[in-house]
Design a protein around this ligand. Structure first.
Ligand code: A3P
Ligand code: MG
Ligand code: MG
Ligand code: MG
Length: 358
């Protein structure tokens, strides 16, 4: 029997859309004291917590047996100093969950004005994301706001959800409230949702009403770029990726176009719809381990659009090692034609770098 994951797909799209409505409205109301700095110095906002509460609530109702590897937890909201933030999370999550049903949504998913969620309900629900990950079985992985720094700047960010079964990503959904719907019209309407199911292709849907169409249109296929059409997609944040190394790789590949800098897994979405050609993320050398929620949805999206995703040594990303990608070193995502050339350029660039150091 081949699994279609149609129920999971529908639920994941609805959950991501609701979370995107929330984050989009939060951005306009966000105040300084609604952002905390985590132990690793990264920011987390009222939007991250509330979006995780919304999506975990829906998953808890629809797939109660499935564990979730989610980025956030409720510890900071449960402290005395977190009280006002907690109250805002409760208000925002209720607003998002209680909004009227849309096409394709069901009341038994915990949605609509019939439900009210208490602070304790929502804190517990956020902590459903505490699963440690595993090599076997089903699990979801959630990044309620990927690219929090982009979100705070009013630039790109993404709400990202994936279903992993026996360490293989089977379904990925990415909502990008700030991404232009049409790459060719960067100042046009914003808001795109991307979905891929293993073996069923990658698609872009309108974020405003993604379940309205019963037949999927807008299948994404990465084109075979000519060398002079390629350019690199990379992080905005210098602390997240070694951009000087990217420059070296671009030169070795004969790339003349400037890189596209964009926060979050919107980079995987851009690549899947034929924008750029190569997503390159090299470690900065501080021993950071990539998180599974930062790559699971994006990797299945790019693979279903006909691309290849590996680490910088050509090894497959390993989603079975827990909350991180473990020993994987960097990420390279590209179309089939370009991927091997990028790996070779990385090898040469490393050699160059080593020679420099001697
Ligand atoms: N030193 C580091 N190296 C690589 N990635 C890092 C990092 N510190 C944080 N990140 C991750 O980079 C993600 C953003 O990716 P990008 O740079 O492509 O926009 C962050 O996701 P969050 O914003 O969800 O915390 C975070 O998980
Ligand atoms: Mg974060
Ligand atoms: Mg992230
Ligand atoms: Mg995040």
């Amino acid at each position: 029997m081949s699994l279609t994951y149609s129920a999971e797909r529908q639920v994941a799209i609805a959950a991501v859309r609701r979370a995107c409505v929330l984050t989009d409205s939060v951005f306009n109301k966000l105040v300084r004291n609604e952002t905390l700095t985590k132990d690793d110095k990264s920011p987390v906002t009222v939007g991250d917590f509330s979006a995780q509460a919304v999506i975990n609530t829906i998953l808890g109702r629809t797939f109660p047996q499935d564990p979730i590897v989610g980025e956030e937890d409720s510890a900071d909201l449960r402290t005395e100093s977190g009280a006002s933030l907690r109250a805002r999370v409760v208000e925002l999550a209720n607003e998002a969950l209680r909004a009227d049903l849309r096409t394709g949504e069901k009341e038994e998913w915990g949605l609509g004005p019939k439900y009210t969620y208490s602070a304790e309900d929502l804190m517990e629900t956020i902590d459903r994301g505490n699963y440690a990950g595993a090599r076997s079985g089903r699990m979801w992985t959630l990044d309620p706001i990927d690219g929090t720094k982009g979100f705070l700047r009013g630039e790109q960010y993404a709400v990202c959800l994936a279903l992993i079964v026996d360490a293989r990503v089977e379904l990925g959904v990415i909502g990008c409230p700030n991404l232009p719907a049409d790459a060719a019209d960067p100042t046009g309407a914003r808001g795109s949702l991307f979905v891929a199911v293993r073996g069923q292709g990658a698609y872009q849907l309108p974020l405003a009403d993604p379940l309205a169409e019963s037949v999927l249109q807008n299948r994404l296929v990465i084109p075979a770029f000519a060398q002079d059409e390629l350019n690199l997609l990379e992080s905005v944040e210098k602390a997240h990726a070694k951009l000087s190394f990217n420059e070296r790789v671009a030169r070795l590949l004969g790339i003349t176009r400037a890189p596209t800098r964009m926060d979050s897994q919107a980079k995987y979405c851009a690549l899947a719809r034929g924008d750029g050609g190569v997503y390159l993320r090299m470690p900065t050398g501080v021993g950071y381990k990539e998180k599974i929620w930062d790559h699971a949805p994006g990797s299945v999206l790019v693979e279903e659009a006909g691309g290849i995703v590996t680490d910088s040594r050509g090894e497959p990303l390993d989603f079975g090692l827990g909350r991180t990608l473990g020993e994987n070193y960097g990420v390279v995502a590209a179309g089939k034609a370009a991927h091997g050339k990028v790996l070779e350029a990385i090898r040469l660039a490393k050699q160059e770098e080593d020679e420099h150091k001697l």
